[in-house]
Design a protein around this ligand. Structure first.
Ligand SMILES: NC(=O)c1ccc[n+]([C@@H]2O[C@H](COP(=O)([O-])OP(=O)(O)OC[C@H]3O[C@@H](n4cnc5c(N)ncnc54)[C@H](O)[C@@H]3O)[C@@H](O)[C@H]2O)c1
Length: 377
């Protein structure tokens, strides 16, 4: 045997425990195990044993548990990725932070602002890195648009828009699994962050949300709103519009736009690839169908960025240095959640409301705007 022994300079892998092995969690598990160098999917926690064990078997993960507390207590885990149902995010993040684990949390950070304040407190007390899954920031086209805004390409932002149309069939087959107000708390929250991020440095002051059940009208009485348009006013004067639908028959449609005094930038890929078919009938192109197809790179990049932050904290190195504000942290999560909560209050009030935490209070927002604080769920 003539092998020589070489001392590795490669950093130890970032060891991650996954909490919630459903649709999004399984995708993140694949990223951690297969797509991102330097990360190790160490354990999976999910009360549903079968899908968790199947995922663990597929990815070679030895530790599976029904109880997320096992991950918090595991000294071999540096960080957790939370991808369970939204209503559990805050308590899961608090438990992980108190155990000294860094946290990547799928959106929303919480379903309630007061509850999220407790997350922020726990994270600050523990000194851990906490990041939210606002993946659009990591999509190449959204990031290019944001860089243009930072470089002054659009001048002063005046009008912004963002939309999310989820792929659908014209019906909502799993409607009973959709919690009330999901359209604001889990869908449009991406758009609210995109708008806030594009309109950097400005605070959302008031919102006027109009929502209805246009896909499944008979579910409206049960509280399932599937279609919404929101106007957001910012303290720099900019006006933004966000809209969402739960059922676009042509696929997954996500776009963003900033219009300003000097120009406009747009983001959003409407075709699956750059290929366009031209025939006697005209021109056609395939459309993206699933979030995990449209955002495969963005979902991977956000977790790679998270791992870099965790490694920096754990090993004492410099945090990742991005040329524009990128990594979404607690303040970004709070700002987007405040807009989502204000939307709920706006629908309930039937008019515009102030965004909680905005410096405008109830006075400098447009006439007729009610101030809503601590809006109920
Ligand atoms: N960023 C995005 O684009 C995106 C896309 C889809 C979903 N999400 C978010 O990801 C989260 C999960 O959504 P999903 O579509 O994967 O849902 P899902 O229902 O497919 O999966 C949720 C999983 O969590 C498990 N679970 C239930 N209670 C739990 C608990 N107390 N602790 C741990 N796990 C628990 C369930 O058994 C299930 O396996 C949601 O917050 C959703 O908003 C984000």
């Amino acid at each position: 045997m003539t092998y020589r022994s070489v001392t590795s300079t490669r950093p130890a892998p970032v060891r991650v425990g996954l909490i919630g092995a459903g649709w999004m969690g399984a995708f993140h598990a694949h990223s951690l195990a297969l797509r991102i160098p330097g990360t190790d999917l160490t354990a999976i926690a999910d009360p549903a044993a079968d899908p968790a064990e199947a995922l663990a078997a597929e990815l070679g993960v030895a530790r599976v548990t029904a109880d997320p507390a096992d991950l918090a207590a595991d000294p071999d885990i540096d960080a957790v990725v939370i991808a369970g149902p939204a209503r559990f995010h805050a308590e899961l993040a608090i438990a992980a932070a108190r155990a000294g684990k860094h946290v990547f949390c799928e959106k929303p950070a919480s379903v309630d602002l007061e509850e999220f304040a407790r997350v922020e407190e726990a994270v600050a007390d523990a000194g851990v890195h906490w990041q939210i899954g606002f993946n659009r920031r990591y999509a190449a086209d959204f990031l290019a648009a944001r860089r243009d805004v930072a470089a002054g390409v659009v001048g002063t932002p005046q009008l912004l828009r963002s939309l999310t149309r989820d792929p659908g069939t014209g019906h909502l087959p799993n409607a009973e699994r959709i919690a009330p107000w999901t359209i604001f708390l889990e869908t449009l929250i991406h758009d609210f962050d995109a708008l806030n991020w594009f309109n950097a440095g400005a605070e959302p002051v008031s919102v006027y949300a109009v929502a209805d059940a246009l896909v499944e009208p008979e579910l409206k009485d049960a509280g399932l709103l599937d279609t919404a348009v929101v106007t957001v006013r910012y303290d720099n004067g900019a006006i933004a519009v966000a809209e969402a639908s739960f059922s676009a028959l042509y696929g997954y449609d996500v776009r963003g736009e900033v219009f300003g005094s000097a120009g406009m930038v747009q983001a959003g890929r409407s075709t699956e690839t750059a290929a366009v078919r031209s025939t006697a009938e005209g021109r056609a192109a395939a459309t993206p169908r699933l979030n995990v197809d449209l955002f495969v790179d963005a979902y991977t990049a956000e977790l790679a960025d998270f791992a870099e932050h965790v490694r920096a904290r754990r090993d004492g190195g410099p945090a990742p240095d991005h040329d524009v504000a990128l990594t979404p942290g607690p303040a970004d999560a709070r700002r987007a959640l405040a807009v989502a909560r204000a939307c709920i209050a706006s629908v309930q009030a039937g008019g515009p409301v102030a965004v909680e935490g905005s410096t405008a209070g109830g006075t400098s927002v447009p006439d007729g705007t009610a101030t809503v604080t601590g809006a109920g769920r």
